[in-house]
Design a protein. Structure first.
Lengths: 265, 440
């Protein structure tokens, strides 16, 4: 325990060195600069505010990079989808059925094969590159294998120019495109294409206000309509905006996105 | 006197009183203390009181830290700046590991070998060649055995022969002509090359591996995950020659391969094993043996489920001893350890009830116990050395398991084979190439 105490102390001092002291210095600088600005003197206040505030800088760096990367497929931009099939249908013809203990493993191991087919659907106006990311698979008691996954993509649509945003902060907003209880749309390639198109339309409109809009997730959720056993689709879109934090708060961004969604969807 | 005259007199009286008071004030000596400066007046101020509070706070915080830090020091230990400097230096260099601030001893985060005997919250952890003894005396394996060869990850046993575990939580009862010898440990500090794991464990590990592989995060911690199930060896030196020994071998948290060695004149009548996966190196004298798999009868100890005295409470809890660090911390009103010791005590009470009804003797009978040990003595320290039977090439009897493999390579192969089957035969299908719009 005493060894641990020393380690904790060293880590504490390290945190103080890398965060607390720079944070205090940053606070000291920005206070001075703000006083100069108020006094009408030449001030570096705006640059200091725009620059990397301690810790925020650490938190946002990877997220920013991944969200706006033009050449890297990553988990920050996804289309989530799931496929449900009888377990026997994920097996190849003539293939021996595995032990029941391996059903979930087979489902997750074969999920990329089934989900990658849907990459074809999002390539075009929505994405210029697509790859299967995180996957899950499970088989229920009725023997239905559900394979869920995220298709990571590089956008083909114009998401605006986030580099012009001052005091930028990543803000997320979520919009329902097809409501589970109100929409009566079948789970078909056409419906899925419409959802993607709606998300692009939404982002185009949001861009008019904020200058940029990235679709960070489209969640396509198939479900069964219990009246006629038909497979229906519900969908939500999560968008990310690099917004000026001195002008917008996350709730005001969500409210604005809701207003835009009501108008354009 | 009319009213006007009366008012004039009162007014005159007031004037004379005010005049009298003003004259008196002028003639007063100056006040001894200067008047308080009003806010904003540029007058020298005294910060003595403020400084007093600041320094009191600093001294109180530092003093409190020193006081509680001092309380943590064990009797006989010393603290010096040199220890602290050395601890920091060695931690950052990583070459010789962390040095305990108070003792200068190397702790576990070290490249140097860990101590042979280490007192922990749950008693002694004894690393080879230290031997656990009934009276906690310090004995090493070379003092009691000849021909000792340490079992390692590279030691290859002979045939692996499964035997069925008891489907009911009963054991053959010790006979009156037999003497019970009782070994109960938490785990072992040594390792073997043998792995035993279930279909569920390998499926779960491979699912994690696939999940990690597809996250597109390089070096994801789930990539390469495998079911472990590495069996741990414990040498049991049976030295009691007063009667045929009924040997009860218990492990609470690891899968153990017990390797029994007999001293001259000792004889084993029967071996009862309690643990999860248990295995036995072909025992000398071919005694009968049987095993109970704890997980067949007892769930994990969640919400105190092991506390209840009931017919089949076979989880082998160990009774807290005064020398345990956890026991000592509980005595100092540490809530965490009070709760931990409470669980040990209640678990032991329930286990002891089952043990006593099953074996006809208290669970502390002829007991050798340790938190972890690679070698134990069941009986007194023998006067003549015991011939050690190495693990290498010996037949191993083990409780059944879906997978029983020897060597890390065999374990890897079992995972690779199942993964290929689960994918459908083509490894490329697991992580298809990204798709791009034509012409990109």
């Amino acid at each position: 325990m005493r060894g641990f105490s020393i380690l904790a102390s060293v880590i504490g001092l390290a945190i103080a060195a890398v965060w607390y002291i720079p944070a205090m210095y940053w606070g000291y600088q920005i206070t001075n600069e703000s006083q100069k600005m108020v006094a009408g003197e030449e001030s570096n206040f705006a640059n200091l505010l725009r620059g990397p505030a301690p810790l925020r800088w650490l938190r946002d760096r990877a997220e920013l990079k991944n969200t706006y990367s033009e050449d890297e497929l990553n988990g920050e931009r996804t289309v989530s989808y799931s496929v449900s099939l009888p377990f026997s249908e994920i097996m190849k013809p003539g293939e021996e059925m595995p032990d029941e203990a391996y059903y979930d493993l087979y489902a997750i191991a074969r999920a990329p094969q089934f989900l990658s087919e849907y990459c074809v659907e999002i390539l075009g106006n929505f994405a210029k590159s697509c790859d299967v990311g995180r996957v899950r698979g499970e088989v229920n008691r009725e023997g239905v294998a559900t394979m869920q996954g995220e298709l990571n993509y590089i956008p083909a649509y114009d998401y605006g120019d986030p580099s012009t945003v001052e005091n930028g902060d990543l803000v997320r907003a979520r919009v329902t495109i097809l409501d589970r209880y109100e929409s009566e749309r079948p789970n078909s390639p056409e419906t899925r294409a419409e959802v993607l198109a709606a998300a692009i339309t939404l982002c185009e409109a949001v861009k008019q206000t904020f200058g940029n809009c990235m679709i960070t997730d489209i969640n396509l959720r198939p479900h069964t309509n219990y009246r006629d056993e038909a497979e229906m689709l519900s969908a939500t879109a999560s968008i990310t905006i690099l917004a000026d934090k001195t002008q917008y708060r996350s709730d005001s961004v969500q409210a604005e996105v809701n207003r835009v969604a009501e108008r354009v969807l | 006197m009319n009213n006007d005259q009366k008012q004039k007199d009162v007014f005159a009286e007031r004037l004379s009183r005010i005049e009298e008071r003003n004259n008196a004030r002028l003639s007063d000596p100056p006040p001894k203390t200067p008047p308080k400066p009003r806010y904003g007046e540029d007058q020298p101020q005294s910060y003595a009181l403020r400084n007093f509070f600041i320094w009191s706070t600093i001294i109180a915080v530092c003093g409190g830290g020193l006081f509680y830090g001092y309380k943590q020091i064990q009797p006989g230990e010393t603290v010096s700046l040199a220890h602290l400097v050395e601890a920091t230096k060695t931690y950052f260099s990583g070459s010789t590991g962390m040095v305990d601030m108070t003792t200068g001893r190397a702790s576990r985060r070290t490249d140097a070998p860990p101590p042979m005997r280490e007192l922990t919250d749950s008693g002694w952890t004894l690393r080879s060649p230290a031997v656990a003894t009934p009276d906690q005396s310090e004995v090493t394996v070379d003092q009691i055995a000849i021909g000792f060869i340490e079992t390692t990850r590279d030691t290859i046993p002979g045939d692996l022969i499964p035997f069925d575990t008891n489907t009911e939580c009963t054991f053959r009862r010790p006979q009156s002509s037999e003497v019970i010898q009782n070994v109960r440990i938490g785990s072992s500090t040594a390792e073997t090359s043998v792995h035993m794991f279930s279909k569920e464990q390998i499926a779960s590990a491979l699912s994690d591996h696939i999940e990690g592989l597809l996250t597109q995060v390089s070096g994801h911690y789930k990539v390469g995950k495998m079911a472990s199930g590495r069996m741990k060896p414990v040498d049991v030196f049976v030295t009691d020659d007063t009667a045929p020994v009924y040997l009860i071998l218990q492990s609470s948290s690891s899968d153990i391969i017990w390797n029994v060695h007999l001293s001259e004149g000792a004889e084993i009548a029967h071996i009862a094993m309690i643990g999860n996966n248990s295995a036995l190196v072909s025992p000398p004298g071919n005694p009968s043996f049987e095993a109970i798999r704890v997980s067949d009868f007892v769930q994990n100890n969640e919400f105190g489920s092991n506390d209840e005295v009931r017919p089949c409470m076979v989880a082998p809890w160990r009774q807290p001893q005064e020398h345990w660090l956890g026991y000592q911390k509980a005595q100092k009103d540490n809530d965490l350890y009070e709760n931990q010791m409470y669980s040990y005590n209640t678990g032991y009470r329930a286990y002891n009830a089952w043990f006593t009804s099953t074996f006809g003797a208290d669970a502390s009978t002829n007991l050798t116990t340790a938190s972890k040990a690679a070698h134990v003595i069941a009986g007194p320290v023998a006067s003549s050395p015991i011939q050690f039977t190495p693990f290498t090439g010996q037949a191993i009897y083990h409780t059944p398991s879906d997978f029983v493999v020897v060597s890390d390579e065999a374990r890897q192969e079992s995972h690779d084979t199942l993964l290929m089957q689960a994918i459908g035969g083509d490894i490329a299908l697991l992580n298809p190439d990204p798709m791009e719009v034509s012409g990109q």
